[in-house]
Structure formats: C-alpha cells, structure tokens
Design a protein around this ligand. Structure first.
Ligand SMILES: Cc1cc2nc3c(=O)[nH]c(=O)nc-3n(C[C@H](O)[C@H](O)[C@H](O)COP(=O)(O)OP(=O)(O)OC[C@H]3O[C@@H](n4cnc5c(N)ncnc54)[C@H](O)[C@@H]3O)c2cc1C
Length: 225
C-alpha cells in the first residue's frame, strides 16, 4: 500500500501478464510464440505502440485498491474502459474521514477556462486558516449526517449532506492499454494535483510489470496506442 496524499493510498493487488504476453499476443498473427523475452521483442513492442496496434496491450491486466476523496473518484470513474467496485454508502455508515491537504498543496488558480494555472498559496497563515475552514465544514456536515441517521433517516438519503472531500474506497481493474490512457491523461501537468499523485504511483507499478512497454510509451510521447 502506498500513501499518495494525506489519508489516501493506492494498493497494487494483482496483475495478469507481462511484456512477453504483449509480444506473444501480437505474434499469434503469424502463429508464433516465444517462451522468454528475446532480442527483437523490445523493437516489436515499440512498433506496436508507435503504429497504434493497441489490442496486444489489452492482454495484460492490473488490479488496484484505492482510497481517495470523492472529488478524485469522480474524475477517476470517467475512465470507462475498466472495472470498478466501490464501498456502498447505502449499506455502510460513512466515516468522518475527509481529505485535509498538506499546506504545500493549498493552491490558487489563475488563467481562464482551458488554460488554468495553479500556484502554491504564498500566504501560509491564510492557507492554514483556509484548511481550518475546510475542517469546520467537514465537521458540520458529518454532525448533520449523524443527526439524520439518529432520527431514523436511511443512510442512502442522509449521505447527501456529506462533503466531496470524504474518502471512498474502490477496486479498479484495467488493461494495460486503458491504463496507458489513464496515465497519459492523469499523470500529466494539467490534471488535478491529487489524481496526479495516484497516477504517478500507479505508473511506477506499470513500469515494474511492463518495462519494455513503459519505455515505448515514454519514447512515443506518453500516448496510449
Ligand atoms: C485535464 C482533464 C480535464 C477534464 N475536464 C473535463 C470536464 O471539464 N468535463 C468533463 O465532462 N470531463 C472532463 N474530463 C474527463 C475526460 O473528458 C474523459 O472523460 C476522461 O479523461 C476519460 O478519458 P477517456 O474517455 O479517454 O477514457 P476511457 O473512458 O477509459 O476510454 C478509453 C478510450 O476508449 C475509447 N472509448 C471509450 N468509450 C468510447 C465511446 N463511447 N465512444 C468512442 N470511443 C470510446 C476512446 O478511445 C477512449 O480514449 C477531463 C479530463 C482531463 C484529463
């Protein structure tokens, strides 16, 4: 399990396949198979990636467990080419557990739609004060949630008062092609800071499992095939 933001982590649970499965999936076109990675396989992977022959990369799968704020999960779940299971707020009482950013992650936003820039808030006293305000809002909303539950309201309805900074937990299974798309978009400077931290860590796992594919991904501009 790797901590990526305060209270948030990503855990690499399992994988199926490696670079050898990518080349063997491509070579089945010619009814050929290698037992181990051989000379020329890195070039084949490079060729597949460069020419956007994407399906051999779908033969490798990754499974992660993730704990992140709802704001991050909402962006994450837009990635449709994946499988998800999430803890249910209808069945489980939510915890009073919300994302409180590090002071260095408190940022300001400048620019305009399509071209926003984010810079650290220089006034650290102010940044601390704003973090305190976030915490007060979390506390107020959680107290209201508990009050509604105590009065008998169903969890599925009462949860509407909870904050978007609340942590959720889910499993994410994704093939290497769709994961490259995720990394390309989310381990990128224009992605939200918090989701970037998850994507950075996941890219380390991706590189460890698929070193040749990762090298080609980097070489060809971090574009999914
Ligand atoms: C910096 C940034 C800002 C964003 N801002 C916004 C925003 O303001 N509003 C907003 O709504 N979203 C926003 N998004 C989300 C974005 O539009 C995508 O929904 C998200 O990045 C998932 O990408 P995807 O569709 O490529 O991934 P996946 O859904 O995993 O799809 C992977 C690939 O499969 C193919 N595919 C999947 N479904 C279809 C389909 N139905 N038809 C054809 N091809 C398909 C495509 O090739 C796609 O690239 C933003 C994303 C980023 C990274």
């Amino acid at each position: 399990m790797s901590n990526v933001i305060p209270g948030g982590w990503v855990q690499f649970l399992d994988k199926m396949g490696d670079d050898l499965d990518v080349v063997n999936s491509a070579r089945i076109s010619f009814s050929k198979k290698h037992e181990v990675i051989k000379k020329g396989d890195a070039e084949l992977i490079d060729f597949l990636l460069r020419n956007r022959h994407g399906t051999p990369f779908e033969m490798v799968e990754f499974m992660f467990q993730v704990r992140c704020p709802l704001t991050v999960a909402r962006e994450w779940f837009r990635h449709r080419i994946a499988s998800y299971n999430e803890v249910s707020g209808r069945y489980v009482k939510q915890q009073n557990d919300n994302y409180i950013p590090e002071i260095s992650a408190v940022r300001i936003q400048t620019g305009k739609p399509g071209n926003y820039h984010y810079e650290p808030m220089e006034d650290l006293d102010k940044a601390n004060r704003l973090i305190d305000k976030m915490v007060s809002a979390y506390e107020f909303s959680y107290e209201t949630y508990e009050e509604l539950l105590t009065e008998g309201m169903a969890k599925e309805l009462a949860r509407n008062v909870l904050c978007q900074g609340m942590f959720t937990e889910f499993r994410f299974k994704v093939n290497a092609r769709a994961l490259m798309n995720f990394l390309s978009l989310r381990n990128a400077p224009n992605a939200m800071f918090e989701i970037q931290q998850y994507a950075k860590k996941m890219e380390e796992y991706f590189k460890a499992v698929l070193p040749l594919t990762h090298a080609a991904f980097i070489k060809h501009g971090r574009v999914a095939p």
